[in-house]
Each structure stands twice: as structure tokens, then as C-alpha cells.
Design a protein around this ligand. Sequence first.
Ligand SMILES: Cc1cc2nc3c(=O)[nH]c(=O)nc-3n(C[C@H](O)[C@H](O)[C@H](O)COP(=O)(O)OP(=O)(O)OC[C@H]3O[C@@H](n4cnc5c(N)ncnc54)[C@H](O)[C@@H]3O)c2cc1C
Length: 429
Amino acid sequence: MPLATHPTHQRRCGWNAWLPSRTPRPSLVGPERADVVIVGAGYTGVAAALAWHRQRPGDRILLLEADQVGEGSPGRNSGFMLEVALANDAHPDELARMSQLNALSRQTMATLRQRVEELGGDCQLQHSGTYRAARSDVGRRSLAQYRGFLDAAKLRYKGLNQGELVERLGTEYYLEGLYSPDCYLVQPAALIRTLVEGLPAGVELYEQTAVRDIIADGSDWRVSTAQGEVRAPCVLLANNAFSRALGADTSRLVAIYTYAALTEPLPEQHRLRIAREPWGLLPAHRLGCTLRTTEDGRLMIRSRYSYEREADNDRIEAELKASLEARYPELAPIRFESLWGGTTGLTYNGAPLWGEIAPGLHVSAGCNGGGIVKGTYLGDALARRAMGLEVEDVQALFGTASWMPPEPLRRLGFHIKSRMERRKAISET
Ligand SMILES: Cc1cc2nc3c(=O)[nH]c(=O)nc-3n(C[C@H](O)[C@H](O)[C@H](O)COP(=O)(O)OP(=O)(O)OC[C@H]3O[C@@H](n4cnc5c(N)ncnc54)[C@H](O)[C@@H]3O)c2cc1C
């Protein structure tokens, strides 16, 4: 089956539906010429556009986005902005690298916060820290491994027993957990809208403009969309897993869909117990559920994965409702106001696909589950690298995305592994 050039979704993004409607910028029509084309207005693409404009304000920079801003992948996530790199590995060789990555993440997070402040958008950005919690033996082993990493990396956290989790999260479901302070929560659709709208006028954005093809033409690249074409000597692919259809390495990156739902605002008696304070919980086990509160007293739950294609949203809705009710049986009568799927680019070892593919054609993709902060750093670094500026050694810091077997073995491997893991960790899902 040919690879999709851009994502499509069965349902609207709940975070975006919550915001006032906005008029999208026009689509690209007709032939154009630019100094650089950036494909994808996500966290990676926006950071790349800003970095390019800062360095070369006179250049013509075209940012092409397949969807409407806020409605696409970057607005569909859970809104956890992690200040530290996600890792379970406490191997001493890894720790020096992890502490460098953590320093980079904190610095990028500080820049993002400052940018949101400058732009004045209401992104509901708040410092909440994050919980991790487990119920099963498998989940508790993952938690112990993570705790080992935090200890070795000398990162702050507080261990929590079931009673303390009940007090903080209002659920008896989890038997053990921990709280670490290095995380912010944000309304992701509001964040991406704010960042895109705040780009300088020198960055020309075209929405509902999916790039279909990129062909080398002398010293230029010819970038084709449904109604237009741009020639430019430099193209940055910032469209995550969909970069594979435009020239990025297909053997190191896959598109994984995952799903989130927002409840209606909780009635007062539940809100006071569950959503008194803003909090977010990431799963101890990777198949587990993410949970968080919102500013207006809803709960968001994220869980389930599918490979390369969006699963039937009706089935996912029933499964997410069951997971929520297992944790909060008293919320059985509360309905989901919205449920949606979103894509993320996944590499086997978590390292990004990053760098120059061919002269003038560059890619940054595969942020796995932490792309708000990571994509912002990598997009900025990619633009600097493409302009020939000095850049940190991204490969040494983040590693190199590892090779995966070709289809259909890869698909088969994904299904077998996730079925086996799911069986062992069923109560974490
Ligand atoms: C449900 C869910 C929850 C998640 N939770 C979190 C979280 O809490 N915290 C976190 O940090 N990360 C989270 N992630 C992952 C995070 O969303 C990604 O890592 C991040 O969005 C990657 O940023 P990006 O800019 O590289 O790519 P994307 O955000 O995927 O942006 C790529 C952009 O390119 C556009 N595009 C694609 N193809 C084309 C094309 N051919 N032409 C033009 N445009 C194109 C897309 O429409 C999109 O706007 C979650 C993901 C999902 C799905």
C-alpha cells in the first residue's frame, strides 16, 4: 500500500472544537519561488520557520500545512510539556547524555514559555508536574525502573502510596505512584494556534495545502501541492511520519495513531474531589492511559494505539469509556464531549530521524510521544543546520533512529508485540 502523504482524521479535534473558530489562511495556488519551503506547521515546522527568519529575515519562507492550524496532529495531543527527557535507562553511559538532554529540554521549555508569554495567547499553560502510577505487577516493575532512572539522574520526585494517590487524584485504582515536578500542562490546540499566529509576517503560511510530491530539478526542489507548486533550493520536511512519502527514510519511522477523549465538565461534587487542582498522569507502562484535568474541570483520557491507520473511533470510544470507568466508577453517567485520534512518528529506539537526506532536502521527524518540547528544539536545530550554522551534535545527543524490518514483517512484529504486552499489562490500559 502506498504511504499517505498527510494525515486524515475521522473526528474533529476536541481541544480545537473548544476554541473560538478562526479563518484559515489561504491554500497555495499557482507557481511560486521561495528561498526555503517548510512542510508542516507543527512544533518542528514552526520552530524551523522562526529560526530561519531570525537568521535570514530577508528570505522568502513558505510554510505549507496540510490541515487547518489547531485541527491537525499538533493540536491533538495531551498537552504534557516535559522538561526532562523520557527514559527508563539508568545505565551509567546513558546518564551523561541524559543530563545534557535534560538541560536542553529545560532550556527549550523556558524559551517556549517566554514565547507564549510574549505572544499573549491563552494557552492554559500551567506548571503542574506529572504523576506516574501503576496497578499491576508489570506496571509496578516499569515504575520501579523509572524510579531507578530518576535516582541515577538525580532528578527530583516523591514516591506515593495508594492513599496519597487517592487524596491527589481521587481514584483508588492505582496502588503505587510518584510525582515529579518537571512538567507543564497546556491546551495543545491553543498552543499551536498561538505559535503559528505569532510567526513574523516574513513567514508565509498556506493552510489546507498538503505537499504531494517533491522532485529534484537542477539545483532546486520542486514542491507540488493540489493547486500549486513552489521551487526552492532548500526544503525542510517537518511533517513527522508523513515525511516518508516525500523522501525520508522509510526503514526507520512508522506512523502510530493514539486516541484521546474529553469528558463534559464534571459536576461540582466530582470536580471538588477529582479536579480540585490541575494535574496530569502519564502511564508507568507504555500501554497505559494518560489522564489529566483541564482548566474548566474536565478529565481527558488518552490510550490505545493503532499501526499506520486510524482505528474505528466508535470502538475506541467504548474502550476509553471502560478505562475511565475502571478508574472512576462514579463517572459512569458522565459522557465524552469529544473523542479523536492523532498521529505520531515513532522510531524503534526513540531517536529522531534528523538531518540532510539529499543536498538541500532535510528532515526532522519521529519525536515519539514527547514532541512539543523535543520537536521545538529539533526544528530550530534543523533550520540552523540547513543554513550551514554551527549546531550541537544532534546524533550524539539523541542517537540515530534504528532500522526496522520491512513490511509485512514490521506490521506483524508490531501486532504480536503489542498483543503480548497488552495481555500482561491489561489493567494498565
Ligand atoms: C493523542 C496524542 C497525545 C500525545 N500527547 C503528547 C503530549 O502530551 N506531549 C507531547 O510532547 N507530545 C505528545 N504527543 C506527540 C506529539 O503530538 C508529537 O510528538 C508532536 O506533535 C510532533 O511535532 P511535529 O511538529 O514534529 O509533528 P506534528 O505535530 O505531527 O506536525 C506535523 C504537521 O505536518 C502536517 N503535514 C503532514 N503531512 C503534510 C504534508 N504532506 N504537507 C503539508 N503538511 C503536512 C500535519 O498536518 C501537521 O500539522 C501526542 C500525540 C498524540 C497523537
